[in-house]
Design a protein. Structure first.
Length: 746
């Protein structure tokens, strides 16, 4: 049977490389003990030099191999190393890989020393090598370096299951079934015979199984196909009911060998048609945002819990139904979570506008294969992006990427994200970054204007806004309002156009970038949330698009001050809400009830309320200023209240952890958010203060311990140590101290 060990701990890191390392001469260099995921260099939040992490570094680790594995085949499985890796075991080169976003495996069977020490050395080139996508030209994101995802040691019998692709069929009929292609790896020297068994289960209950006798030729990967039929009792995977099933594949041969491969699958039909996107036969408007997998200080190197939490934020805080993994395959933990919670995914190969030479293109084709073979069982993924984001047309290259995708996975449509009109349509779905909207009346183009075709094709808008209106969370309130309105206008325009299957905006979170982009400080402030995943007002444009019975939303886009805006006051006042109406009280007096603006935003289910002119009580510059209270009503009942105070004072330093129970493995993290608030709990956005984050117990702060509050708040990630215990965290500012919270590491 197979054994898989996660090699999270026990690594030593050196921020350089020397040939000495390949001769096992490690002395005289500074080695630092690290855990994975690991960033080759921690960088400041902003205003750093992006060349700082672009160097060659080395990771080493001792591997102890169980003597019982003497007759096994042994592999090292790397989930992601940026950007190129050379792997040596006991001075033998056992594998190389180019490309930082897709996994690779190195067979180490013949290099292992069963009796003694095994020294693993991984040389990691994190420079922007022009031979590796996405590199070769300028690009608007950073590809931080290091072994930033997990590494596993896998021991299998000589004949083993390399992969399995489960293809649910006829899912909308009673006769639904699943076709399972099993990829069997047989050693070069021997033929084998045996039995292959596939079963489908849920909560440990087997629902269906089947088996097949197999004769395997010697050598190579061989595919066998099995069918599980009559799956009428299987429940579909859908947005609100993301039912998942476990697929087990077992192989026994006469050599004798035994192996088992397990994956989760879901049954759904997801297809984009000229008149919209259909999930399980029901038309669903795609409403999503793009996500970069980047965090402050450590870039990409965040573990499972943080990856999962991002998916939760998109689904449960922003109420989106889709995410695009711009512009590369993202962490499998993120994708697993999308499966679990019902968040659709458009996944694409690494790239940004630039297409390299023939070898570069071949590598991009390899990335198409690696992406699909890693991710083909995720029910959440419904589209493969097989173009370099926003690149020019390239007939031969993109004919080939489409061919590869369709051959490997005939069950999903392809797309290719472009930003120029009339581009050659080689994919199944035309995906366009439509940046038409820049505040005026034009919002989205008719798809025929974009495609140049005189008929409709399956069509999704995969980006809008972004650089058209960069907005910081701490920007002036009128800008924050317009930022939110621009997102809302696009949602509304798409909602009215049946030939736009949906929209995926730019973007979910602010991200670090190169100096040629962003605000000069290496940040693109394009998110509806900042890099700490703290919402801007535009987040509420999305958040409000949900049934108020599930989550009532009431977000007046204002910090409620007399003189924040030009000419003063808080009007025109926009309220992102899903309530039927909102009542405003000023100084305790009722100043009227206000209703969603269906006229201006007819295409969304929950239009914002827009109050153009101030009721008289608000007075003018130079008059009194009052407390405010907003009450949201649904079905005639008050369901949510938002209060503002006329004379805010920094009153409390709030502290809140996303997770209070972590794994004591030296890698697990939780975000902790610190908010400086006034007497009624609102952020004091212009506070000029810092906080010191104090941690006691087996945990540490990722990044600096002393940070400035940005727009009244900030977050930090607290990381466990490989020791169980209670981690106590609090923050101290120049004027306030937060409560102390406890996080248990087990
Ligand atoms: C697009 C690009 C994104 C990002 C965005 C900013 O052209 O695909 O990666 O740069 O612009 O608006």
């Amino acid at each position: 049977m197979r054994s898989v060990i996660n090699l999270k701990q026990g690594w030593y890191y050196c921020d350089s490389f020397s040939d000495d390392f390949l001769r096992h001469d490690f002395a005289g260099y500074a080695w630092q003990e690290v855990t994975l995921p690991h960033a080759n260099k921690e960088i400041p939040y902003n205003y750093f030099d992006e060349r700082d992490y672009q160097f060659v570094s080395t990771y080493k680790r001792n591997l102890s191999i169980d003597p019982a594995h003497r007759n096994k085949r042994l592999f090292l499985d790397f989930d992601g190393v940026m950007a190129a890796a050379e792997v040596y075991l006991n001075q033998v080169l056992v594998g190389t890989h180019r490309g930082g976003y897709t996994p690779f495996s190195c067979e180490i069977t013949d290099a292992v020393n069963f009796g003694g020490d095994n020294q693993l050395v991984v040389v990691v080139d994190s420079t922007e090598r022009p031979d590796i996508p996405p590199f070769g030209n300028v690009m608007d994101y950073l590809c931080y370096g290091g072994i930033y995802r997990e590494v596993y040691l896998r021991a299998v019998d000589p004949v083993f299951i390399e992969n399995a692709f489960a293809k649910p069929k006829n899912v909308l009929a009673e006769s639904r079934e699943v076709e399972v292609d099993v990829y069997i790896n047989n050693p070069p020297s021997r033929a084998a015979a045996g039995q292959l068994c596939v079963s489908l289960s849920r909560d440990d209950q087997v629902i269906a199984q089947t088996s097949q006798a197999v004769e395997l030729d010697q050598g190579g990967i061989q595919v066998r196909t099995l069918y599980l039929t009559n799956l009428s009792e299987v429940e579909l995977w859908d947005l609100d009911t993301p039912n998942l099933y476990q697929l087990n594949v077992e192989l026994k041969t006469d050599l004798p060998t035994e192996d088992c491969f397990t994956t989760k699958i879901g049954f759904r039909e997801a297809v984009v048609r000229p008149d919209g996107f259909y999930l399980n036969g029901r038309r669903v408007k795609i409403r999503g945002l793009n996500r970069h997998q980047a965090w402050p200080y450590v870039g990409y190197a965040m573990p499972k819990r943080a990856q999962q939490h991002d998916a939760d934020i998109l689904k449960y805080e922003l109420h989106l139904n889709t995410v695009r993994t711009s512009h590369y395959p993202q962490s499998r933990h993120f994708l697993d979570r999308c499966d679990e919670i019902g968040l659709l995914v458009i996944e694409e190969i690494p790239g940004w506008q630039h297409i390299g030479d023939d070898q570069w293109k071949q590598l991009a084709c390899q990335h198409v294969r690696e992406m699909i073979q890693r991710d083909w069982n995720h029910p959440a993924i419904f589209l493969w992006g097989v173009r370099i984001n926003e690149s020019r047309d390239d007939h031969d290259f993109y004919t080939e990427t489409n061919r590869i995708a369709r051959e490997l996975d005939p069950t999903r449509q392809t797309c290719g994200i472009r930003f120029h009109a009339r581009s050659e349509f080689l994919e199944d779905v035309y995906t366009m970054n439509d940046f038409t909207h820049s505040g005026g009346d034009l919002v989205l183009r008719d798809q025929r204007q974009v495609t140049g075709l005189d008929y409709y094709v399956p069509y999704i808008v995969t980006e809008y806004n972004g650089h058209m209106y960069p907005t910081k969370r701490f920007d002036q309130e009128e800008r924050l309002m317009e930022h939110g309105l621009r997102h809302m206008r696009v949602l509304s325009a798409a909602g009215l156009d049946p030939h736009i299957a949906g929209t995926v905006g730019w973007c979910a979170f602010d991200y670090n970038t190169h100096y040629q982009f962003g605000s000069g400080d290496r940040i693109c402030y394009h998110g509806v949330m900042d890099m700490f995943r703290i919402p801007k007002f535009a987040a509420d444009a999305y958040r409000s698009q949900v049934d108020p019975k599930k989550d009532p939303v009431l977000s007046p886009v204002t910090i409620w001050a007399r003189g924040e805006r030009s000419i003063g006051g808080v009007f025109p006042l926009v309220i992102f809400t899903n309530c039927d109406s909102v009542e405003i009280k000023v100084d305790g007096q009722n100043s009227g009830k206000f209703y969603p603006n269906r006229l201006q935003f007819p295409g969304v289910e929950y239009p914002p309320i827009v109050i153009r002119h101030a009721p008289p009580v608000f007075g003018q510059w130079g008059s009194q200023w009052y407390d405010g209270e907003f009450v949201g009503y649904v079905d005639g009942q008050p369901v949510i209240v938002k209060k503002f105070i006329k004379n805010p004072v920094a009153t409390t330093l709030e502290i809140e952890a996303d997770h209070n129970h972590l794994d004591a493995d030296g890698c697990d993290v939780t975000r902790v958010v610190f908010r400086m608030v006034d007497q009624v709990g609102n952020l004091v956005p212009y506070i000029n203060d810092f906080i010191t984050i104090e941690v006691e117990g087996p945990g540490e702060v990722v990044g600096p311990k002393q940070v400035a509050l940005i727009g009244g708040c900030i977050a930090a990630w607290i990381k466990t140590k490989p020791t169980p215990g209670v981690i106590r965290v609090r923050a101290v500012s120049s004027r306030l101290t937060s409560e102390q919270i406890e996080i248990t590491a087990r």
